[in-house]
Design a protein. Structure first.
Lengths: 321, 321
């Protein structure tokens, strides 16, 4: 029943990055820096050329890149925004359906659905490095982007050991720690800690600018930090947040209710009410949150997926294989 | 008609800081560093002792401190949270009613109202340095806190040249630039760029923590920056935001409406709607906002207050007297 495979045979197999923008391009740089044979595809000629000028092996010919991946049993890393996922998956299904496959897309449920639709789920493992900047494109790539970051890696039912191990090893080799997570819980969590921050930053930036030059001139640290991610390109924000509509809608419901209560108590009795203490408790919990290392779970042995899932939910991370 | 006074006579007159927490204590340090004779009062013995241990002249005896200020024509700087303002003003009215008076409280209208109530408005000039950290108390004080910051200084009708000049000079000597502003426009602006950021940070921190260890463990830059000011002590947040209830209530109305629209369009057609572009435009306007130097307005001459008011509203700052 044990699916475990000799680590030495897979740990440095090639990596093929599909989409070399901020995340994919940084991953390509990080993989090369960690000793992987790594190559990639980018849809825009200018992006691919920029990568080649920096000495990286990036092509604009998707079928050719995928054939090379199939020939070398490369780990495919899908690194395009959600709206472009479907097209790439169709090509993978046609050209390289047996390659191990992961992704770095900001949500997991819709990607997994799309992968199943193309019947290439057998070697798929969802991934999501929690890293980024407000910049985008090859020019913003950084091989150190993932160092010290958290990288969510799927432990959904049916996940196979061999692709899972390759994805975890790549994340660790890029300097991240790995949080094992199932797709729907991932998507609910990122609605709270990634997509809601984007929406609130947008609303805050709009409200500040509506005050004109005086407001912008008086703005200091709280406005600067609270609106930082509103500097992200609008199309990218939409591509990150909108595919998570169900979970994001639910946390927006919660947040709107909290703000309505604050406004109403402020009007009624001059008090912001519970939101101040709830927020302070929340930030304190964040400050005090500590990651503990998951140990003693052997991939492929027993209920390894369930054990990893429960450990990740309790704040556990993998620091080594 | 000209009220101007010889600058050399007033520029280094003593400064008396009432309240030596983060802002007042940092101001005391900055004033001493800039060559002022500066002394202060702090309500808590432990705070006053901490300042004395660091070599600063801070007492817990308010009447004695105010008598010394009156004897030396010191500039009084009211540096307590709004709930404590009333008590200090009553003592000033009793002991040192003719001293020039400013404040560093986060709102201006309610402070001005309280000053008028005690009939000591003749030498009052509102002030608000736009600087701070999530920390509080003497231990967090920093003489460099105001360097490069914006310091709002009142140009309300009836403002007199001599106290106004002393307040501006102090702000400049602390390394800040000065934005001339009238009270109600100040309070509307800070509702947008200081108080709303606090409330949104609290709501975001609460929403993130509601997701438990998985959410907090996956949280990265957008959550960290968006919740930074939620780490501020709840009593201090209330003291900063709640006295500005009218203006804050209005921007909360705007923000709630924007979030409701975003949620509703997300549910209806999977789009966040206009908030993304509006936020991007707002943050871009903030990034591109440049301060221009106000020159050629002589305090006390002609409609100097009106000219400064209009210049401040258009993004002008004073960098020198």
């Amino acid at each position: 029943m044990c699916q475990s495979v000799p680590m030495t045979l897979v740990q440095r197999a090639p990596v093929c990055v599909l989409g070399t923008g901020l995340i994919g391009g940084s991953l390509l740089r990080a993989a090369v820096a960690a000793g992987y044979e790594a190559f990639g595809y980018n849809r825009s000629d200018s992006g691919a050329e920029a990568a080649r000028r920096d000495g990286f092996d990036v092509s604009g010919e998707l079928p050719a890149v995928l054939r090379r991946a199939a020939d070398t049993d490369a780990l495919l890393v899908l690194a395009v925004p959600m709206p472009a996922v479907e097209h790439i998956l169709a090509e993978i299904a046609a050209v390289a359906p047996r390659c191990p496959l992961t992704d770095v897309v900001s949500i997991k449920g819709p990607v997994a659905d799309a992968v199943r639709k193309h019947s290439i789920e057998a070697n798929y493992v969802g991934g999501h490095p929690m890293a980024g900047t407000a910049e985008s494109g090859w020019a913003a790539t950084d091989p150190e982007l993932f160092r010290g970051a958290v990288w969510a890696v799927g432990v959904d039912e049916g996940t196979r050991v061999e692709p899972w191990t390759r994805v975890v090893r790549l994340a660790l080799d890029c300097g991240s720690v790995v949080v094992p997570v199932v797709a729907d819980e991932h998507d609910q969590a990122v609605a709270r800690i990634s997509h809601l921050p984007h929406v609130l930053a947008e609303a805050l930036a709009a409200a500040g600018a509506a005050g004109g030059a005086l407001s912008l001139g008086l703005a200091a640290g709280s406005f600067r930090d609270g609106t930082r991610v509103a500097g992200t390109a609008p199309d990218l924000v939409r591509a990150i947040c909108e595919p998570n509509a169900a979970a994001l809608g639910q946390v927006l419901d919660e947040t709107i209710a909290a703000l309505v209560t604050a406004r109403d108590t402020l009007r009624a009795d001059g008090s912001l009410g519970d939101v101040v203490e709830a927020g302070y408790r929340g930030r304190t919990a964040y400050n005090e949150h500590t990651r503990w290392e998951i140990t003693g779970i052997v991939p492929g042995v027993g209920d390894w997926l369930g054990e990893l899932h429960r450990a990740g939910r309790r704040g556990g991370v993998l620091r080594a294989l």
